[in-house]
Ligand binder design. Sequence first.
Ligand SMILES: *Cc1c(COP(=O)(O)O)cnc(C)c1O
Length: 226
Amino acid sequence: MNKQTATKNLDEIITKVEGARLKISEHHIVKIIGISKYSTAEDINTLYEAGQRAFGENKVQDLKEKMQELEELPIEWHFVGTLQKNKINNLIDLNPTLIQSLDSLPLAIELNQKLESKNKKLSALLQINSAYEDTKSGVMPEVAVEIYKQIIELCPNIILKGVMSIGAHVSDEKVIKESFKTTKKIYDEVVPLGAKYCSMGMSGDFELAIASGSNMIRVGSTLFKD
Ligand SMILES: *Cc1c(COP(=O)(O)O)cnc(C)c1O
């Protein structure tokens, strides 16, 4: 990807984000996370030069390699993938800005134990399976608020900062919107508990997600397209 393409991709996304967020409020700020899982460190560097500062990976090993390759840049790194228990220590050592994919109470408890033993804290979002899809990770919407509270109570080394969802994998916009609304409703319930981020919306549905109240989007393919 050359600089011109990177700038064009980013500008197009920013323009759409602006349009969508201003329909909610001038003060509705949306953070853009570039999901670089199918891209190279070189492409990330090009997008950095175009102005993008936050990136996310879904594999601990890939995150590690790209962080090392780009260590001189002040990039904010997010983890958005399924976290295997045997990778927890590696992820902690990378000190990511935000783990967006905390998808169960047992995982939270294990992460907390390992954080405690290293005397560290990490920020995370609780992933919710608002689309009720078997292929997706996350807690069920019905128990999400309760689990959110339990993590706060039982896991003092995890700083919970909100919720994350992947929109329904269907073409019917109404169904996708419904899944976003489910997540937003849960987010509203945990705002009094300190939640700051409602992370939802990817390349194909981020405008819809913002219209539904998202304040953090995760765009991969449209940002990195050639
Ligand atoms: C890959 C991925 C994205 C980005 O998906 P695109 O459709 O390429 O924008 C966002 N969130 C998560 C959790 C992902 O794994």
